[in-house]
Design a protein around this ligand. Structure first.
Ligand code: CAO
Length: 523
């Protein structure tokens, strides 16, 4: 028997705004799970479920005003649904594919949950593929309206059996996302057949409980965790990319202090020059179609975000770039000798892990290169750790996972981290925390080619190393002859406000020396 759940005592407030509905019919909630969020002019509060049960109906919507005693939803308390069982068996066969978790292990349909007033919303990213094991709440797809981007979370833990949509599709509430076998269920032979586009969400009793979508303008496949109150505050402060806010709260949640620090940093940076008032001409607007056929495609999200960052870094940082060749003849012989053993250990041994190690070793000796300017430009932060970022080229744009404590790791460990992170980045599964905390970035185009290039410093880091393709070159031996040596072209771009030219020169020479002397490097 369902019972009405009412707004409890909320102090002196009445006619309070409902700013978020966190459940929908069919959801199973535990006691104390948040149901809706209310906001007064002074506080945001979440109304918890007084008991565990299944949500039967939600009687309020975002934007409503409520006071103590108003009914917000009806809840069937756990264990009180004697009449629910017969009702389930009466559901037509077509809907049975969306049955809740059962021990048979039959894949269940996962539909687009309630996404507010939106319909025909574009799928901009599919974050899952068949075989993926998902935790409950893991992001499955990202949808984008003209106003917001939202990740649709997995309604339960399980394995993806089939993905039923693709990037570019337009979806509405009830449309099919995927078939998922619940965790712990014995695997079924094959997914149960379902229509390509599901009809509107089946009866609540039959729908796999869908968690509320979360507005997550994430940089990657990962998502930002923030309470509705923090999302509201972020909106008020104009922070549209929550995933770029470093989170320090419990389970990676963004706190009020995180938001304040983030905004403070931006304000201080703007006040200290921040790129404002450059007096640039407006960007040219060209009607390309006048000159021939064209096709316009939206810029991938990662490219948009990294592009904004690169443009800021290019304008804000006074770059100075140095070029140097490292003689890696010995290193290459050593690497080739170890390649088979490395493969046996499950590691791909390319020159990059050695370069990471050489850079990390040099960084531990050049504290200035391992430092950052504070956001207000008034002080310098010297890091007592050496975390090295490596730029990874992905189909959707450049991402920079960070190898932690690279100075303390062996070559195999670095190679393993690099393999793991670059795979995650290319599959869109890199977590935001795996891209945070970098002290210095390496951008290797060695596998592609190129001679030298001038990389852009990854602010607030103080320098970046560009690596091009190693080539055999005749090197003068000092005795009137030339010897063939394998030379690796290196380019170091540094923030000239932090690093003097002489120091940048010494740094790149040191890196080159470590790469030339394999004993120095591995010992
Ligand atoms: N010189 C010659 N050969 C090189 C080399 C170099 N400097 N660096 C790598 N190689 C070789 C590798 O040994 C490998 O060959 P084998 O398979 O025969 O061993 C091959 O090139 C391909 O390597 P890889 O790219 O698969 O792996 P990696 O460890 O060299 O690089 C990563 C990993 C993630 C850095 C790279 O894949 C990548 O994404 N690079 C692009 C970075 C980028 O786009 N930067 C932006 C530039 S400016 O915006």
């Amino acid at each position: 028997m369902a019972e009405d759940i009412k707004v409890p005592d909320i102090g002196e407030y009445s006619n309070v705004d409902v700013i978020e509905i966190m459940v929908q019919p069919g959801d199973t909630v535990a006691a104390e799970d948040s149901l809706i969020a209310l906001e007064t002019d002074k506080a945001t509060m979440e109304i918890p479920a007084p008991k565990a049960g299944v949500v039967k109906a939600v009687t309020v919507k975002e934007g409503d005003k409520v006071s103590e005693g108003d009914v917000i939803l009806s809840l069937e308390a756990e264990g009180s649904s004697a009449e629910a069982a017969p009702a389930e068996t009466a559901v037509p066969a077509e809907a049975s594919s969306s049955a809740p978790a059962s021990s048979s292990g039959a894949p269940q349909v996962v539909n687009v949950p309630d996404i507010g007033e939106y319909s025909d919303v574009e799928v901009i990213e599919v974050l899952i593929k068949p075989g993926d094991e998902l935790q409950e709440e893991a992001s499955m797809v990202t949808l984008e309206t003209d106003k917001a981007t939202m990740d649709i979370p997995a309604p339960f833990a399980g394995t993806v059996a089939e993905v039923k949509l693709q990037e570019g599709d337009k979806v509405s509430q009830g449309d099919l996302i995927a078939m998922m076998t619940p965790a712990g269920a014995s695997p079924a032979a094959a997914p149960e057949p379902v229509a390509e586009k599901a009809a509107p969400a089946p009866a609540p009793e039959k729908t796999a409980p869908a968690a509320a979508p979360q507005a997550t303008p994430a940089v990657t496949g990962g998502k930002a965790h923030a309470s509705p109150a923090m999302r509201r505050l972020a909106r008020e402060l104009g922070v549209s990319e929550l995933a770029t806010v470093p989170a320090t709260g419990r389970k990676g949640c963004i706190t009020e202090e995180d938001l304040k620090q983030f905004v403070k940093g931006i304000v201080q940076s703007a006040q200290s020059g921040g790129g404002a008032g450059l007096g640039l001409l407006p960007d040219p607007v060209v009607d390309f179609a006048k000159f021939g056929d064209i096709e316009t495609q939206p810029l991938p999200r990662i490219k948009k975000i990294s592009g904004d960052n690169l443009a800021r870094n290019w304008v804000r940082v006074p770059h100075i770039t140095f070029f140097e060749d490292a003689d890696i003849t010995e290193l290459e012989a050593f690497r080739k000798g170890k390649k088979a053993a490395a493969e046996k250990a499950g590691v791909k041994l390319t020159p990059v892990p050695f370069i990471v190690k050489a850079v990390a070793k040099a960084l531990s000796e050049f504290p200035n290169v391992n430092s950052s300017l504070s956001a207000d430009g008034a002080s310098q932060v010297f890091k007592q750790y050496v975390h090295v970022g490596v730029a990874v080229d992905t189909p959707k744009g450049l991402m920079v996972p960070v190898i932690r404590d690279a100075d303390q790791k062996g070559i195999y460990d670095i190679a393993r981290d690099l393999m793991e992170y670059s795979t995650q980045a290319r599959e869109g599964k890199l977590k935001p925390e795996s891209m945070q905390g970098g002290c210095f970035t390496i951008s290797s185009l060695g596998g592609i080619g190129t001679k030298y290039f001038a990389p852009i410093v990854n602010m607030p880091e103080a320098a970046i190393l560009g690596v091009s393709k190693a080539d055999m070159k005749p090197i003068y031996d000092g005795n009137g002859g030339f010897t063939p040596r394998l030379m690796l072209p290196l380019s170091l771009s540094a923030d000239h406000r932090v690093i003097d030219g002489a120091e940048a020169g010494k740094f790149i020479v040191t890196v080159a020396q470590y790469l030339s002397d394999i004993k120095e490097l591995v010992l």
